[in-house]
Design a protein around this ligand. Structure first.
Ligand code: ADP
Ligand code: ZN
Ligand code: ZN
Length: 742
């Protein structure tokens, strides 16, 4: 028997399949997905790898496998998925396999995997009635002792340091109680639970309204009958989508199945997780990048041991090791974070389709502003659609107004805030209502320009303007992170006429303080949330301390519920529109609809003011009307005309390297190969050109764009065209329907 193996290595030369003889005694135990050691290279050093196929014969196999590592393997269907991904996304199989392994274990010896730690736990040493009596009779006089015992009466045993933190007691308190025989302190395994010891009230399923019920019935039927059907639940924020998801998950669990729910990374907030904890208790596992490796490892183990039946996570949770999958749900399915910008450049929605086919279960996509391609599939009846038209809690939609910034300029208003927005903010401060201001540019001045020679001050490593950050008093490159002292002289012509232009969140905050000295503000952007949990802290402070104004970038847009926010101001709506990007209108529309949704989530009607230089753009007009269908109709016609997705796929072949001549040579070679191979009827190839941002971190970037359908034939042609003599130092990658074209 022969095993096809791949070595766990990033080295390009090892991204190949090697044939090994399976020793006789191993034949019974080997399987596709097994992790093994194999002698490799001249010295026959043992390398680890995975079996990705088994066959009878091979001309090349001349060495034997050394050993099977039993502690870890990958199910065969995941191995199939890894193979498919490697081909479709032009990447190493071992990179795909890594996504399917427990966090922190790839390429490491079992001894060094994130170890399950143990720690001290406290529990009652006598039964609860006895303890209660001791409290009532006054036998326990210390109020701190009482506090501990009362806590333990209401709760399960608890990790000692957590208890001390929650009750604010010193370490001697529990020790004394242990000596007196009231409590016991035991060494136990710690589950590095990211949502430790929350006292969450149990929540019961709600009675669905008729629209919700229709969706629930149909999809619940699909779960029960293992129908591989994709459904879109299309409904505005607050229309009760999450309630349907929870009941569908409940259904899957009741049938002994499991569920995966993906949410955008930024929506994985404690409020969201709490809702699921309240409904399902400890049956859930959470996976996302903010957890430590140890925490992720534990969550992963909980899933693979079957202790957690519901997985909630960001993009990569799609690879969670669930068994007997009953449903996959992708909330906010249009969100860009489902597409990976790094290799493997996969889209979680595409993989979800494949995984539901393997598992024989339905896929549910939910959104208020579906991806254009998804909505087209629903109209074409390729997928089922359920529409929710009412807000489940009867909150009314906000009133939205557009302000033309060009007119403000002609009135001589040079402020970032139009007269209208200033008036509304003043009103809100007076009425003790809260305001959110959204500006998708951080820093103070977004570019620094020399008025003598007209050159912007650029990052020396990237072809991009530097941003001035006033509080730190430095220039930053938002691409490579470089920080530079402020320049007083133009680096190009030495003139001292350097001026700071453009506006970011820091400047907006300054301007608010000048205009409204009495207002309290809080700012949320990458510069203020870099620390773990600071994201959450800022939002909690805003909510709990009733701060007047929250100023923020993209990260304030999603998922939060602020009852006292009645005004949302969008400082410049056009950010994405001027970019060379097929998704620009869609991004603008979705962002505006979502930001607007932050206003007036309770009884009081919300107001939204959208400031723009393009008041006639359909993405702006229709977002102000909150009308997805009108937007869709305009957008789909444009995309048809321009041959953009879903009518075509955009395939970007990117060349990156230090030497621009090498890049030019290689890209032209690939281009002429493509010209010779491609079916010109159906696919269009553009000449290689420098990318709009043609240098990042001192590496030049060129690209070739193809417009055509990604299918086996196209993939074969691209692979063939890429069979060229590589040049050291130039890397080539392929990205299908990339998030960003820069
Ligand atoms: P979405 O996910 O579409 O934003 P949610 O499911 O979060 O909507 O629902 C919005 C609010 O309405 C939540 O507070 C939710 O508990 C409540 N809700 C949803 N469905 C119902 C229902 N059938 N009956 C009562 N309240 C509901
Ligand atoms: Zn100059
Ligand atoms: Zn840079």
């Amino acid at each position: 028997m022969i095993a096809e193996i791949i070595i766990n290595s990033n080295a390009k030369a090892l991204n190949r399949i090697f044939d090994y003889v399976v020793p006789k005694e191993m034949e019974k135990e080997i399987f596709v997905g097994a992790r093994i050691y194999a002698p490799f290279g001249r010295g026959d050093k043992l390398e680890d790898g995975f079996v990705i196929g088994l066959k009878d014969k091979s001309e090349f196999a001349n060495k034997e496998l050394a050993k099977i590592i039993y502690e870890m393997s990958i199910p065969e269907e995941k191995m199939q998925l890894a193979k498919l991904m490697a081909r479709k996304y032009f990447c190493n199989i071992s990179d795909c396999i890594k996504l399917m392994l427990p966090p922190g274990t790839a390429g490491k010896e079992p001894e060094s995997w994130a170890k399950e730690k143990t720690g001290k736990f406290v529990c009652l040493a006598r039964d609860s009635e006895e303890i209660q009596d001791s409290i009532n009779s006054g036998e326990i006089s210390s109020s701190k002792h009482k506090k501990v015992l009362e806590f333990l009466l209401d709760n399960d045993d608890i990790y000692l340091p957590d208890l001390e933190k929650i009750l604010e007691i010193s370490s001697s308190v529990c020790k004394t109680l242990e000596k007196k025989g009231y409590v016991e302190i035991q060494e136990k395994q710690i589950e590095r639970n990211p949502f430790v010891n929350k006292n969450i009230e149990k929540d019961e399923p709600k009675i669905l309204n008729s629209e919700q019920q229709r969706a629930y019935d149909a999809i619940s039927f699909n779960i029960e009958n293992e129908e591989v059907i994709t459904s879109l639940i299309y409904g505005i924020t607050g229309s009760g989508k999450t309630e349907i998801y929870m009941q569908l998950i409940g259904k899957a669990i009741s049938l002994g199945k499991t569920a995966i729910m993906l949410v955008p990374e930024i929506s994985l907030t404690p409020q969201m997780v709490d809702r699921f904890l309240a409904r399902f208790g400890n049956e859930i596992a959470i996976l996302h990048s903010k957890l430590s490796i140890g925490e992720r490892y534990d969550e992963w183990q909980k899933i693979s041991e079957g202790k957690a039946k519901i997985v909630i996570g960001a993009r990569s949770a799609i690879f969670a090791p669930v068994k007997n999958l009953g449903i996959i749900i992708i909330d906010e399915e249009h969100d860009m974070s489902y597409k990976s910008d790094m290799s493997p450049r996969y889209h979680a929605r595409d993989l979800a389709k494949y995984i539901t086919k393997q598992a024989k279960c339905p896929l549910v996509l939910g959104s208020a502003t579906p991806d254009i391609s998804t909505y087209k599939q629903a109209l074409d009846e390729e997928i089922e659609m359920f529409t929710l038209t009412k807000r489940a809690n009867d909150a009314s939609l906000p009133e939205i107004q557009i302000v033309d910034l060009r007119q403000e300029l002609s009135y001589g208003n040079r402020s970032m805030l139009s007269g209208k927005l200033q008036k509304e903010i003043r009103e809100n401060i007076k009425n003790k209502k809260q305001t959110i201001l959204f500006l998708n540019r951080r820093g103070y001045s977004t570019f620094v320009l020399c008025r003598e020679c007209g050159e912007p001050v650029k990052c020396p490593n990237c072809s991009i303007s530097l941003t001035y950050h006033k509080y730190e008093n430095i220039l930053k490159c938002h691409y490579c992170g470089l920080q530079m002292p402020v320049v007083k002289k133009c680096p190009n012509c030495e003139s001292d006429k350097v001026k700071y232009f453009g506006t970011g969140t820091q400047k907006l905050e300054d301007e608010i303080h000048k205009l409204f000295p009495e207002a309290s503000t809080i700012r949320m952007d990458i510069d203020t949330v870099s620390k773990k949990n600071s994201h959450e802290k800022i939002l909690n402070t805003f909510k709990n301390e009733n701060i007047d104004i929250l100023i923020g970038t993209q990260m304030i847009v999603k998922g939060h519920h602020f009852p006292n926010v009645t005004l949302v101001g969008v400082i410049v709506a056009d950010g994405a529109l001027n970019m060379e990007d097929y998704n620009a209108s869609q991004k603008t529309f979705q962002t505006l609809v979502q930001v607007s949704g932050r206003a007036g989530r309770e009884s009081e009607k919300g107001r939204v003011i959208i400031q723009t230089y393009n008041p006639d753009h359909y993405a702006i007009i229709y977002s102000a009307k909150q009308d997805y269908e009108l937007f869709y109709n305009a957008e789909i016609n444009l995309r048809k005309m321009l041959k953009y997705p879903p009518f075509c796929d955009i395939i970007m072949i990117r060349f990156v390297g230090k030497n621009v001549n090498d890049i030019e040579k290689l890209s032209n070679e690939v281009y002429s190969n493509l010209q010779n191979l491609i079916d010109k009827q159906n696919t269009f190839v553009y000449k290689p050109v420098p990318s709009p941002v043609d240098k990042i971190k001192n590496k030049y970037r060129w690209r070739i764009i193809l417009k055509g359908k990604v299918n086996n034939k196209t993939l074969n042609i691209i692979y063939k065209a890429l069979e060229i003599k590589q040049i050291e130092g130039v890397s080539i990658s392929v990205d299908i329907n990339p998030n960003s074209m820069i």
